[in-house]
Ligand binder design. Structure first.
Ligand SMILES: [Zn+2]
Length: 162
């Protein structure tokens, strides 16, 4: 615990941020849970990593989401290594399988270096890990494994909580 912690006090600043970003929804939480619980073998680098997933209300240029490794000082203070930020409007318009593919794609960006330290896994032309979710073979393989679970519209973790 720090001796002195400053928090943002300005309502105007807070309000602006709350307009630009929003927290994950039960649907997003449910999909993350399915992916990480039932296909963990695809996400070994994610084990022991801390990440947060949330939405941006502002449309992203050219992509549906992105994964960012935070600067070390921020990782130290927030105890979080990566942010995955998803375009809210695009996500809401997508069907369930495409939503899952997008999440899978972004989680695949969470990688490790030789020392096991967090590192962004970059796109690789050979593996066809590319910008377009429907061209992404990795996501396709994971979705195939999860198909039956993803076909069920409402799962325990996804029910709206009061
Ligand atoms: Zn990508």
């Amino acid at each position: 615990m720090s001796i002195v912690e400053y928090t943002v006090q300005s309502t105007a600043i807070r309000e602006r941020l709350e307009k630009d970003f929003s927290d994950e929804t039960p649907e997003l939480q449910g999909l993350l849970k399915i992916v990480l619980t039932f296909a963990p073998e695809f996400f070994q680098d994610v084990q022991g990593i801390s990440f947060r997933v949330f939405f941006t209300q502002k449309p992203l240029q050219d992509h549906a989401a992105y994964c960012k490794l935070l600067p070390k000082a921020i990782r130290f203070k927030l105890k979080t290594d990566f942010f995955v930020i998803i375009d809210k409007a695009g996500f809401d318009e997508s069907n369930r399988i495409d939503k899952a593919k997008l999440i899978i794609h972004e989680l695949h960006h969470i990688g490790r270096d030789e020392e096991g330290q967090p590192e962004i896994r970059k796109h690789n032309e050979k593996e066809d890990f590319c910008e377009l979710p429907h061209h992404d073979l990795f996501s396709e393989r994971v979705v195939q494994k999860l198909k039956e679970r993803l076909d069920q519209p409402q799962l325990e973790g996804e029910k709206e909580t009061a």
